[in-house]
Write a protein that binds this ligand. Structure first.
Ligand code: NAG
Ligand code: NAG
Ligand code: NAG
Ligand code: NAG
Ligand code: NAG
Ligand code: NAG
Ligand code: NAG
Length: 376
């Protein structure tokens, strides 16, 4: 009796052990599965990343490598020459985006990409209501996207989500919105346009205090711009002419570009820059290996095109085709009408409506309607 009971207990014990070992094995197999699955998905991610880099490596010919090495030496800023710190890696994902903004038309003529600060709601609204309103310019197709960084002001953040839900035209990246981060905003713009807006012929980058005479741009500049590739139309600052400022808001630290008094690249006044859309992908790719420099005009329209190579600049000169002086723009538009060669100006908030009304009176009048013009 006792012996049988003991044998039974031993049997139960053995079965129990076998069961436990089995369960353990099963568990560890499935655990391993989970782990390999996770491992392989991160492998996938890595492969995708390095494929990205290797596309780039194949285009990194010795001449480009030399350019990059010279840039690194000139910048002499170790904190920004580590690959992880290159702008393409610092902009993060999109916090706000409407992937269909451009795709709602088959073809766009111009996507206007506005660098705007989160608090400037009124400036964004007036752009939507004036030169950003496609209905004014049909049969041309124009659209606007507003580029933002993150804000730490919760009230403002809520307002931005509301604005996004209402208009679907804001693109927010995962970096702090700050003027020291404007180069990041621009690189986000290059990435965004190359991902979601390749159906546009041109990308027009502006600041939010700019007014564009979109009629003038479409009716007379457009034919000049058409058919060109890898081109930038802007007020051009020629290399070795523009002083590197060492004081003030745009001060560059003394150890950066220390051997230069002037910038060694052609670049643009960044308030109004038109680019052919074929440049967007290459510019973004260049931002994967071009070390960060925070002055966005120099980085976005000088250093990156320099690394891309083969870019042609067309000079739409300051005070000839665009201006920082609104009085000049107003006078020129009023006195010369459609023959005024200025299509863009910075404008004081107070004068915006009046200048837009002047433009609209000239171009939207019946004699200047789109069917009977296209004058240079
Ligand atoms: C790309 O180039 C870098 C630096 O030259 C090198 O370290 C890296 O291994 C290359 N990557 C690939 C995928 O070829
Ligand atoms: C946050 O943003 C709102 C809306 O622009 C503004 O009224 C408020 O002053 C801001 N708060 C701070 C602390 O800046
Ligand atoms: C914004 O885009 C989303 C997703 O594409 C869509 O559901 C929504 O209706 C759009 N809203 C407006 C105001 O266009
Ligand atoms: C730029 O953005 C980065 C990432 O969000 C942030 O860490 C940094 O503080 C920002 N720079 C400035 C000057 O705000
Ligand atoms: C590079 O920067 C360091 C400080 O970060 C400075 O000591 C050095 O002189 C600089 N080199 C050049 C060539 O400007
Ligand atoms: C730019 O302005 C100049 C000088 O006023 C003018 O001659 C030229 O035609 C303008 N460019 C274009 C493309 O209209
Ligand atoms: C624009 O506004 C400023 C300041 O309010 C004023 O002095 C200037 O005359 C205005 N310019 C035009 C062209 O209306």
């Amino acid at each position: 009796m006792f012996g049988i009971s003991l044998r039974k207990t031993r049997l139960t014990f053995i079965i129990g052990v076998i069961l436990i070992v089995n369960i353990f094995c099963l568990l560890s197999i499935s655990l391993q599965n989970v782990m390999t699955w996770r491992y392989s998905s991160s492998q996938l991610y890595l492969t995708a990343m390095s494929r990205d880099e290797s596309i780039f490596n194949t285009t990194l010919n010795p001449a480009v490598q030399l350019k990059l090495q010279n840039m690194k030496n000139d910048l002499n800023d170790s904190k920004f020459t580590n690959g992880d710190m290159f702008p393409a890696h610092r902009i993060g994902g999109y916090i706000m985006i409407d992937p269909d903004l451009c795709r709602r038309s088959d073809v766009l003529d111009i996507i206007v990409v506005v660098h705007t600060a989160p608090a400037n709601l009124a400036r964004r609204q007036r752009i939507r209501d004036t030169f950003g309103n496609e209905a004014n310019f049909l049969p041309f197709h124009v659209r606007v996207a507003f580029l933002l960084g993150r804000t730490e002001n919760r009230t403002l953040e809520r307002m931005l989500w509301f604005e996004h839900a209402t208009y679907n035209d804001t693109v927010m990246g995962d970096f702090l919105d700050d003027y020291h981060n404007l180069s990041l905003k621009g690189v986000m713009g290059y990435r965004w346009a190359s991902q979601y807006c390749v159906n546009s012929k041109f990308v027009l980058k502006i600041d939010d205090d700019v007014i564009i005479n979109m009629y003038k741009l479409l009716y007379s500049f457009y034919s000049h711009m058409s058919g060109k590739r890898k081109s930038i139309f802007c007020n051009l600052w020629y290399k070795n002419t523009m002083p590197i400022l060492r004081t003030g808001k745009w001060k560059v630290e003394p150890h950066v570009f220390s051997k230069h008094k002037t910038y060694p690249y052609d670049y643009c006044s960044g308030f109004v820059v038109i680019m052919t859309t074929d440049l967007m992908g290459p510019m973004y790719q260049a931002a994967m290996t071009t070390p960060f420099f925070w002055i966005d005009d120099v980085y976005l329209f000088g250093m990156l095109p320099n690394v891309v190579g083969g870019v042609t600049y067309y000079n739409y000169a300051l005070d000839k085709n665009m201006t920082l002086k609104e009085n000049l723009a107003t006078e020129c538009t009023k006195t010369q009408g459609p023959r005024c060669p200025i299509f863009a100006s910075i404008v004081n908030d107070k004068n915006y409506t009046s200048l837009w009304n002047t433009i609209k009176e000239i171009y939207a009048s019946s004699s200047w309607h789109v069917d009977n013009k296209l004058v240079t």
